[in-house]
Design a protein around this ligand. Sequence first.
Ligand code: GUN
Ligand code: FE
Length: 446
Amino acid sequence: MKVIEGSTITSASESTIDCHQHQLVVIDDQGYIARTVDETDRDFASIKATAAQAGQLTTLGADEYLLPGFIDLHVHAPQWPNAGVALDRPLNEWLDTYTFPTEAKYKDVAFAKRVYDDLVGELLANGTTTVLYFGSVDNPANLELAKACINHNQRGFIGKVAMDNPDQTPENYRDASAQSAVADTERFIHQLDQLNQTASIKQTAVITPRFVPSCTPESLKGLGKLAKKYDLPVQSHCSESDWENGYALAHYHKRDSEVLDEYGLLTDKAVMAHGTLLNQSDLDTFKARGVAVAHCPISNVYFGNAVLPVSKLLEQHVKVGLGTDISGGYSPSIYQNIRQAVMSSRMLNDGVNSELRPEQRGTSHQPISAKNGFYLATVGGAKSLHLQTGQIKAGYLADLQIVKSPLKAFDDESMDQVFEKIMYHASKADIKQVFVQGKLAATANS
Ligand code: GUN
Ligand code: FE
């Protein structure tokens, strides 16, 4: 058992937060929150005293706050060495010139180990407790990523990337055939099962067709069958850019989402990155199938060719969470992505072309708030991955971050003010400790 005493902030709904000035969060030996106890509760003093006596009490400082850990729904682990590089190139050129050659280097397992240890520590240091990762084509490197997650105490969802279309992938970095793409994916599922036998934080294999252009119809079909056979999550990119959206239309005479759906890849465990160009019919399919969108607002500035109308997705009850999309997005911080999600939504609403009259300039999509962003980063991500986490609440996994107020307070501040200052200013220097399933995580700060 473990007890954390202090101020807590958790999402209560898409647009509201629940704050407690002085609470005990009781964590059981399985790493779940057993109960939360308010100062007014008559057990408060006795629970606190018992925990203190047993050396199980952590008390936060007056300027520290307990928040749920963040969930990053879209990271390309092998692209970490490229964070911030060549973002001025269009998506297809960026992939061919910078990204595929970088990912090809992970045939070298020692290189993979070096990068992945650093990346997992960095994401944890930024308060991210669960990550949905794209690995690379090569399984030995993907297993290093899983080992890094296990060693640092991070919950990873990890995909062996499948990309077998010789027209859209380089010769030195692709699956040799559709059959081997599917067979290697199945092998990775079993290898991860093995690793999990001795892991305290379990890792999950994810079916990962890179995106429609990189794959042949045969590999998409085989991967859809694997997703069903093992009942595993699926991840891919969908309608990210004009070029990508146009590819399915030109080659299949269908929309991106229709191609993925035809092969059984749009399930209620599927997370599709970006979706900036999804139309209403795509959104209807996503809603009907229970597909989630990984909104990657920083990456979208460079490659998305449009802004995802987040408020529309929330109104229509399409699942949506946040992703950094390293290295399409330059930052490993979900805080930064909350900020960009808010700012991009404001520009979508206002419009940006000063030559147009105000009433013609923007769209009817309402901007989102910092509270909406916090919801996406916690509850939205948890729902997308079917995890009982993302909230400070009895029965939920104790995935938590202790955050020090990043700025001085010059007067009494309401919890709403504290919350907004944390959302807009927190960086990894302010994140003091991170717990995953009740276990202290090994962050780049620790
Ligand atoms: N589409 C296919 N691969 C990628 C990738 O690595 N990053 C992004 N942003 N989009 C992709
Ligand atoms: Fe991506």
